[in-house]
Design a protein around this ligand. Sequence first.
Ligand code: CMC
Length: 431
Amino acid sequence: MDKKYCKIEICDRTDPLELEIITGNLGPDVIDISNLYQENSLFTYDPGFVSTASCQSNITFIDGDKGILLYRGYPVEELAKSSTFIEVAYLLLYGELPNKNMLEDFSDSIIQHTMLNEGMLRLFNGFRYDAHPMAMLSAIVGSMSAYYHDTMDINSARAREIFAHRIIAKLPTIAAAAYKHSVGQPFVYPLNTLNYCENLLHMFFSVPAEQRDIDPIAAEALDLLFILHADHEQNCSTSTVRMAGSSGTNPYSAIAAGISALWGPAHGGANEAVLRMLVEIGTKKNIEKYIDKAKDKDDPFRLMGFGHRVYKNYDPRAKIIRKMCHKVLNQKGSADSPLLELAIELEEIALKDDYFREKNLYPNVDFYSGIIYQALGIPTSMFTVMFAIGRTVGWVSHWREMITDPNTKISRPRQLYTGPEKRNYISIDKR
Ligand code: CMC
């Protein structure tokens, strides 16, 4: 196919710049500026990467205007309806849906890796009882590089694969250990006769003296939430994993960096912030006051769970979660949950408000997920940890793609310098 180019006129220059345009399979074309500095001594300026593609990827596609999300080409709605989290994990990691045998082998391999090195379990004792679970999660995942030396060679395909299975398997175990530490209960070991989400519920809610029955609706809800959180192309935490990984650091350190990025309230920390916001709003009669606060430029308050860098339409994941919210609350006999009613009313009022309509601010994935977690008995401070369990699959898929991409270079952005020009040091007695 013929190459496409664009010409850009630059004042003070006689010849326009000629830059190649690259076309992907879906989504906008990109202008290749990789040689811009070398050939023209120019940088581009794009804070927050609003218009910048940082890599080529064939994992996930989002059309934010139409509200479309595809994993390896499959619409997330179809996967949410018919697949399982473990099957989706296989799809994201390997690019295709598995047949029955492949899925069984994959599932068995994940199960082999659910236990933690006992030394890692002892690390939890060093944390205060009230340590935030995300602080424990990032530290413990980072510590894995000190325990699993067999997977530190990023150039070995086999080591990368074992790492991938290991970290997907261990995230629920680490999350449960963080939870048990925070409530002062003994750690509960995984039970490998259970599936991924059942095992997580077992490690959270059983105690050595009593094994709790697993609620199938709770396991189903978790599986759905993990599918919906599994990947979201070059979001902040995934880009962080890619950026950290591009230096050649070990994969556990790269994932720990992603966990730290996810914690922020503008990203994965929003699910915790939504619940705290709903509790603060308290009753329907306060909604208008908080909508006004969100619209006030002098007030830092934002409507948490609303808005998205990419979606300028309803987040397709939020629609699916809202449905599951009703199912879980109905089953728990709390269909008339005041928190859900408040969230629905808040959504209705915001969607009719000119400010939110003009700025295309719709509920995102985090708006309803916390209500489900709360109904399952998972404390608010654990919500972002739950997000991290699902997103680990995406982080690992992107890290593997980045490592094997021949175009990967160490991520090293440039800057527009606005500091002082060169000046000479003045000794302290003369200042
Ligand atoms: N409440 C009130 N105003 C908002 C909100 C909100 N939730 N979100 C965006 N705006 C306004 C913002 O003030 C700005 O107004 P103006 O153009 O007048 O300056 C305009 O909308 C565009 O916002 P932005 O911050 O420039 O957009 P962004 O793409 O940089 O940020 C966002 C996207 C998700 C960080 C932002 O919408 C936000 O802070 N939302 C609340 C936090 C949240 O729910 N985060 C979860 C995101 S989805 C899950 C995930 O990524 O992990």
